[in-house]
Ligand binder design. Structure first.
Ligand SMILES: Cc1ncc(COP(=O)(O)O)c(C=O)c1O
Length: 388
């Protein structure tokens, strides 16, 4: 079935944080401003997901979800069929989203006051989850080499205090969409093993890659890191079902698994029936939809990147994966506040501001380009007029 991603979907009254937040966070509204900050898409999920939900609604039985066997087997199926990654079903557990899994993991494997390593810029919720759990963010800025982010392992080695317990790493990278290479992932695994640091690998964006740059699955690149790793993933970004708040934690090491499980039990292990049903339908029947989505997004990506490249004082990073484009406005010689005003009030576009992603990215912004191409072009027109 051909999916029409250009179809207009009226989402204005769907209680979306991307619109409601425009008022509370940006002081504007969807009437005047194009919302490009939240990481969800303007498209309906695959028909299989809607059909599965409609079936649920039609029988009207919403009791506690029973055996999760078929859900877990759909995860195994997806990892094998999409990523050629063999996992064991017993490694997997269902969580209420990746952020929630990471929060529980922090509590399971560190103590208040312990340092948690982040390579910035990186997804802003990591900072909040660490701080709200009383742990300390240790931020190591990525270096820019040849227009790409890289880990500066030399600096990393020199900065160690001995209090680091966990690394939270985002692969592919949000923001910036970098697909990390096998070499980088192997070096990260070696560094962590040498220093006795657990890795939380957030692979939630792993399906959102373009044909020229496939995702490198961490535990395929560095199988020895199974001993020290927790992998977090979900179908929510891939299939645009973030509101169903369901994700998966994959932990090969039985010792780590049992420690994590105890923490999980302390919060009450009650899976979300709707999230599981939607996720399973997406994994079992969503592959073709996803291929078409990536084709559509590739075109959006090319349009956005080429347009931003035509602006002499704006630098856009290559978008190797994801629909979250990372743009550097620092050449403009204006303050962060002035940049925000220009984006929101003058251009009428609301991206995520860079400061949330780390200490070196205050003059950056992250743009979600997963909208109809018509809307993207409108946003580009506005940006071009403002920043030419
Ligand atoms: C890297 C990354 N991890 C986690 C999340 C949130 O995941 P969840 O909604 O499952 O908590 C996001 C959402 O944008 C993300 O980009």
């Amino acid at each position: 079935m051909i999916v029409n991603f250009d179809k207009y979907i009226d989402n204005r009254h769907a209680k979306l944080s991307k619109f409601d937040g425009l008022r509370s966070l940006y002081g504007t509204s969807q009437d005047t401003c194009i919302s490009m900050w939240v990481a969800d898409m303007d498209f309906n999920p695959p028909q299989a997901v809607l059909t599965a939900l409609q079936k649920e609604v039609s029988h009207g039985v919403f009791g506690y979800y029973g055996s999760n066997k078929s859900f877990i087997s759909s995860i195994k199926f997806w990892m094998k069929s999409r990523h050629d990654w063999d996992i064991s079903e017993e490694w997997c557990s269902v969580v209420h989203g990746v952020n929630s899994g990471i929060g529980m993991g922090l509590r399971a494997f560190s103590e208040p006051g312990d340092e948690i390593l982040l390579f910035s810029p990186v997804y802003y919720s990591f900072f909040n989850t660490i701080k709200n759990n009383g742990r300390v963010v240790k931020e190591i800025p990525l270096k820019i080499s040849d227009g790409h982010y890289e880990i500066d392992f030399h600096k990393l080695d020199k900065s160690l205090s001995g209090k680091e317990k966990i690394i939270i790493f985002c692969s592919p990278h949000n923001p910036g969409g970098k697909v990390w290479s096998t070499e980088t992932l192997v070096s990260l695994a070696e560094f962590s093993m040498k220093n006795n640091i657990i890795i939380f690998m957030d692979e939630i964006h792993h399906d959102l890659t373009y044909p020229d740059k496939p995702h490198v699955t961490f535990l395929k690149a560095a199988p020895e890191a199974e001993e020290i790793s927790l992998i977090f993933t979900a179908a929510t970004k891939t299939f645009n079902i973030a509101g169903c708040h369901t994700g998966t934690t994959i932990i090969p090491n039985p010792k780590l698994r049992s420690i994590y499980d105890r923490e999980h039990a302390a919060f009450g292990k009650t899976p979300n029936r709707f999230g599981m049903i939607m996720t399973e339908a997406a994994y079992r029947e969503g592959a073709e939809w996803l291929d078409q989505l990536m084709h559509y997004l590739e075109n959006n990506r090319n349009i956005f990147i080429n347009s931003m490249r035509s602006l002499s004082k704006v630098k856009v990073f290559d978008l190797e994966s994801t629909y979250l484009a990372w743009v550097d406005f620092s050449k403009l010689n204006i303050t962060e506040e002035e940049l925000k005003t220009m984006l929101v009030k003058e251009a009428g576009v609301a991206p995520s501001f860079g400061s949330g992603f780390g200490k070196t990215s205050g003059k950056f912004a992250r743009f979600n380009i997963a909208c109809r191409t018509e809307i993207l072009n409108l946003a580009i027109d506005r940006l071009t007029k403002t920043f030419l």
